[in-house]
Design a protein around this ligand. Structure first.
Ligand SMILES: NC(=O)c1ccc[n+]([C@@H]2O[C@H](COP(=O)([O-])OP(=O)(O)OC[C@H]3O[C@@H](n4cnc5c(N)ncnc54)[C@H](OP(=O)(O)O)[C@@H]3O)[C@@H](O)[C@H]2O)c1
Length: 357
């Protein structure tokens, strides 16, 4: 993490109000006095300052706090990529706070988002569709999977409408071999970051490592089909991060002050080899999986079902380079959200149904 939010009781002493919250009595077995920064409205997942021991609170309590707090915060949020792995979690969390959240989708009928979410049609490759989506928006959560040609016009539109942007990037600056292999997407992501940095917007870059959810694409089809998983570089360690943790940090950065110009490298809490990750899934679903190492050449052919050759080669070179040292692990999720990052076992347990035939 390059910086921590300036969010503490002492630094906010002059600008806070004290709120006695009793909604927690029933669920948490206690009541508590919180100091809530005046500049933050619809504050989600309010917890005590990092390290104070109070984790994310239940939704009832969050809503209660949201009602109590007033202020000129980032009330209207647009999530671009809100139907994807991370964006969908972000949208759900924002919606649970009672925030005015809007999600952009190319196909409204397929969006399947909570009913209180405003879903608008927009396409990053069609800049003229973006103005309507951005109208009245304070902050944007940007997940970018569109082509590079669409970057400049889309960022121009976003800059015109919003005041704050949280961008889902990657650990481009972390000097661990897993993150420093040739990557055809790197130039595009750097271009997006440069445009954001010079836009005048308040910005935060989220730099997650490997997603735990990659397992759905990588291993679930094999595990649903039988007990054998064939995979390359089984000893390569990563620290898979749960998409819910990325979304939780995004929500903080969208709402709270103190995250401007922050670059958060986000990982899961443990370094785990790929063999151990597949084994963990087997344990969770109660099956003994046979995990077989295949050669990089064989993998290059077989993995084409999970993505184009450039993406497969990117992964193969990253895993090859990662062998022999533990994965890079940060404590940023816990520091920002107040709750520990979820383990891969947590993720596998909550997604077990996806691996059952
Ligand atoms: N997987 C990893 O391990 C990993 C690690 C670090 C960083 N990342 C980064 O994370 C990002 C991917 O996040 P994710 O997995 O949450 O994405 P995802 O599940 O692939 O979802 C992509 C989202 O982008 C939307 N989208 C795609 N093309 C669009 C367009 N032309 N206009 C508007 N919306 C468009 C999709 O919406 P519709 O299709 O519904 O319109 C969908 O909501 C990438 O930038 C990747 O580099 C991934």
């Amino acid at each position: 993490m390059s910086r921590r939010p300036s969010f503490s009781r002492s630094s906010l002493a002059a600008s806070t109000m004290s709120v006695t919250v009793r909604a927690g009595e029933r669920k948490m077995g206690r009541s508590k006095d919180f100091e809530v920064p005046r500049g933050i409205s619809n504050l989600p997942y309010y917890s005590q300052p990092p390290g104070a021991g109070c984790g994310a609170l239940d939704v009832e309590l969050i809503c209660r706090i949201s009602e109590l707090v007033e202020g000129p915060g980032m009330n209207r949020i647009l999530v671009i990529g809100g139907t994807g792995t991370v964006g969908r979690q972000g949208v759900s969390r924002l919606a649970a706070t009672g925030a005015r959240v809007r999600a952009m989708a190319r196909n409204l009928g397929a969006a399947r988002l909570p009913p209180q979410v405003e879903v608008v049609r927009g396409d990053l490759t069609l800049p003229e569709t973006l103005d309507g989506c951005l109208d009245g928006i304070d902050a944007v959560f940007l997940v970018w999977t569109a082509p590079a040609t669409a970057v400049a016009p889309a960022l121009e539109r976003i800059t015109k409408h919003a005041r704050r942007i949280v961008f889902l990037s990657a650990p481009l600056k972390t000097p661990h071999p897993l993150f420093q292999q040739p990557n055809p997407l790197r130039a595009m992501v750097e271009q997006i970051e440069r445009l954001i940095e010079t836009s005048g917007l308040q910005w935060t870059f989220l730099r997650p490592g490997m997603f735990a959810a990659n397992a759905l694409n990588w291993w679930a089809p094999q595990i649903r089909a039988g007990d054998v998983v064939r995979w390359p570089y089984l000893a390569a360690p990563t620290a898979p991060i749960d998409e819910r943790d990325i979304a939780a940090v995004a929500v903080r950065a969208l709402y709270e002050d103190g995250h401007d110009r922050a670059e958060y490298v986000l990982t899961g809490p443990q370094s785990l080899g790929q063999f151990e990750q597949v084994s963990a899934i087997g344990r969770v679903i109660g099956r003994s999986l046979r995990i077989e190492e295949i050669s990089p050449d064989e993998a290059q052919r077989e993995l084409l079902r999970i993505g184009p050759l450039v993406a497969v080669n990117m992964l193969l070179s990253a895993w090859a380079a990662a062998i022999g040292q533990p994965a890079h692990v940060t404590s940023t999720v816990a520091e920002i959200t107040g709750a520990p990052a979820k383990t891969f076992l947590d993720w596998a347990t909550d997604n077990a149904a996806e691996f059952r035939a």
